[in-house]
Design a protein around this ligand. Structure first.
Ligand code: CIR
Length: 267
């Protein structure tokens, strides 16, 4: 696995347009569904921000049969040297993997498949300079995490299992990499053993969803609705791109989940 550049240096990404059915996306607590127009506007701004950050974005067509298919991060994992097809840990999303497979096979020479019966969602997987952290959650089980580590090792990388706090959808719902030394996390996750040795920025109480940020090249995408977190990131010297997330948050999503990102050497 190529280690010569930062894990947040990207020149390529895949996104998928939201379907009209996105209004029926999965959610743990129903605070009212998002509107299609609202999600589409947030998604359009997200694509524009990726392009502004220097990323070439491939936009896939919407899939009406899969309300959550806009969240392409979950059914696959991508690297410079290959891709891994995952098995999402919730029944309505399992077949999203087959929908992504053809484009990944076109774009990557090596495409591995997570062997059955394990399950893993990309939202539980954090790239760090020391390897991948795989959070166990309701979506990612130990069998899936261990099988995934074997796949990652076949691509020349390393993986390590972590725990996700109870009641949190994904490991990265509550933590994100900010740079080679630093993570941002909720208070519940910041002291996890896997973050020992990292510099930690803890999101203020009441702003927990702000822990899902996305570092892309020299900028950090962050939700526009958490002013204390935005201010803290600014004070720490990060170049923050605030993005609207009100609609996607209604279906438990944040900024990392709407893209698959990698650095393509051939570009
Ligand atoms: C789901 O429950 O699967 C979607 N409604 C949200 C997925 C968010 N994915 C992510 O953060 N990686």
């Amino acid at each position: 696995m190529s280690q010569s550049r930062s894990v947040y240096e990207f020149n390529s990404a895949i996104v998928r347009e939201p379907s009209i059915s996105v209004v029926n996306g999965l959610r743990a607590d129903d605070r009212g569904g998002p509107t299609y127009e609202g999600v589409k506007a947030e998604h359009d701004a997200y694509i524009a921000a990726l392009r502004d950050a220097g990323v070439e974005v491939t936009v896939l067509p919407p899939l009406e049969a899969f309300p959550d298919s806009i969240f392409v991060e979950d059914p696959a994992l991508v690297f410079t040297d290959g891709a891994i097809l995952l098995r999402p840990g919730t029944p309505t999303r399992v077949k999203e993997t087959a929908e992504l497979a053809p484009i990944l096979r076109e774009m990557f020479e090596t495409v591995l498949e997570l062997p059955a019966p394990g399950q893993a969602d990309g939202g539980d997987i954090m790239y760090t300079p020391k390897g991948l952290l795989i959070g166990l959650s309701d979506r990612t089980d130990r069998t899936g995490a261990q099988a995934l580590i074997s796949c990652i090792e076949k691509l020349g990388g390393k993986g390590q299992i972590a725990e996700t706090p109870k009641g949190v959808l994904h490991f990265k719902t509550a933590s994100s990499l900010l740079d080679d030394e630093t993570v941002i996390a909720t208070a519940a996750l910041a002291n996890a053993a896997v973050f020992e040795g990292s510099r930690k920025i803890v999101v203020p109480e009441g702003e927990e969803p702000a822990a899902n940020v996305l570092r892309v090249n020299d900028v950090v995408f962050a939700s526009a609705y958490y002013p204390r977190t935005l201010e803290m990131l600014d004070r720490e010297g990060y170049k923050v791109v605030p993005l609207k997330t009100a609609e996607i948050e209604k279906i438990d999503a944040g900024l990392s989940c709407m893209s698959l990102r990698w650095y393509g050497d051939s570009k």
